[in-house]
Design a protein around this ligand. Sequence first.
Ligand code: AVI
Length: 325
Amino acid sequence: MNNEFAKDVEKGLGDKQKHISPKFFYDKNGSKLFEEICNQPEYYLNRIESLILKRSVDEIMNILGEKELSIIELGNGNSLKTRILLQPFLANLKKVCYFPIDVSLKMLKISIKDLSKEYVNLEIFGICSDYISGLMKMNDFMKLKNSIPKNKLIMFLGSSIGNFDPKEAKNFLYFLKRYIRQEDALLIGIDLEKDKTILDKAYNDKKGITAKFNLNILARINRELDGEFKLPCFEHKSFYNIHKHRIEMHLVSKQDQEIRVGAIEKSFHFKKGETIHTENSYKYSQNNLNELVESAGLEVIQSFTDPRKQYTLILLKKVSGTAKS
Ligand code: AVI
């Protein structure tokens, strides 16, 4: 049994506003569904981020100005976007090492296998782990192996930082700062605030893939925790909460019902219309973004944005003179 998942479900379904952490979306099915979401016409995030990456890769390379580089990617998924950087970096630098860090062993294995075939001169060190322990492992490993480039670029793409609330996002950036030196950089993808209609559509695609992705968390409880959720008795709901600057994703109970979760030996009552809050996806204004970066003791070296200012990639470094934390 996945104890962390069991604990999260027990606590989350017992709270007044029921909730489950979005990190549990990504089992084998969930990761596949997320890939499908990224291909939906309404979900602009990945498409725009890839375009920005293509347009800015040369500038990023010039700014970094390194001969050798270790690229660390948090939550690489299928590493599709990473290829946009890897190709030119490998063509222009003397040595590139790539550390993908991902919780899904299956995805990690597939992307390492594919990348090794495509780029014979790329050294890949995959780490199957959550971000925090993955970074610690990467750091220990780099200390042991002298042949690994010391210059680092840590990437956190796809606006995954938006799934943290602003305080968590600040703490996470602050934590990342520990793993970079003055001469290293972070590359972070962030979705920007925009028209509510565009946002609502992106999280309510016509084909219903986001709905399947959301409902999969209940199917996962059934599979892994001996749960008795009847999926047709719940429905996907997501909307942009303008006041909180975030997309909220919920699962709405369509009727009064009692659901047993065998692995934790508990039943949970749902009233008709009651929801399980499954995800927040924060969207940043330029001001909120500046505040986030500053509060973490970082500064923007350069930001790259699409012409309609829908999405941004920011290249960050430690504020000069920041003490090592
Ligand atoms: C992974 N993360 C950045 C996605 C997002 O947009 O918040 C997850 C997602 N949830 C629904 N659609 C996509």
